[in-house]
Design a protein around this ligand. Sequence first.
Ligand code: AP5
Length: 215
Amino acid sequence: MILIGPPGSGKGTQAQRLEQLLGAVHLSTGNVLREEIAAGSRLGNAAKTFMNSGQLVPDQLAVEVVAAFMKRGGSDTDYILDGFPRTTNQAEELDRILDERGLAVGKVVEIHTDDEVLMERLTGRFGCTKCGEGYHKSFKRPKIDGVCDKCGGAEFDVRSDDKEETIRDRLGVYHSQTAPILPYYAKKGLLVRVEGDKSMAEVTKEIETILTDGR
Ligand code: AP5
């Protein structure tokens, strides 16, 4: 399954909620690239400037992340792709990678959300430094303030690209480069749309229904 949506639409949140329910592996190209930057790797160094300015990294780097990740999985692994593909070229490369592994795209879920909602979500977001669990200062606080629900960690951080100006650039990039790939999947009959401004639980329920009913 592919989750497509603008920054802050809830791709990561929904992927985390769905991975256990579906027994699938969550692959966020953004998370992998941030880990590579933290590790100071060749890939991280090549991606850093693009990510900090809210631009897409070159297709070749994003494709490299996905191909390497899938190589480590079995041929029967199901994936939830969060943040990939983001260009038509990436969508075509994904078909090639999956085809080589005897896999295919199942559903493509567009999480449609208005830009005004997204700004509030992204400027209030923080995450656990240790395990990466995502939170929001209004919509999803840890059960005990200052303690991560998932791993008990006590340190949290804010993403370097969650500054208002960079968020605007990321939204612009989504509308100009990523939204245009939606017709690619619509033509294949794989695209479904959910409204991302509902509660997290309602969005999850809708995606689950789509997957079980095959609508
Ligand atoms: P990436 O990490 O993928 O960031 P993004 O697409 O900008 O998306 P976000 O992670 O910001 O938002 P999200 O939709 O996951 O929302 P979330 O669930 O966190 O990519 C970062 C960068 O990496 C890119 O800019 C690019 O440079 C590079 N990159 C990555 N992939 C690439 C690719 N394929 N090609 C080229 N470059 C690539 O939710 C946001 C907040 O809202 C959270 O606090 C959450 O708690 C809250 N929230 C979520 N859902 C709800 C809800 N329903 N109600 C209330 N609050 C909610």
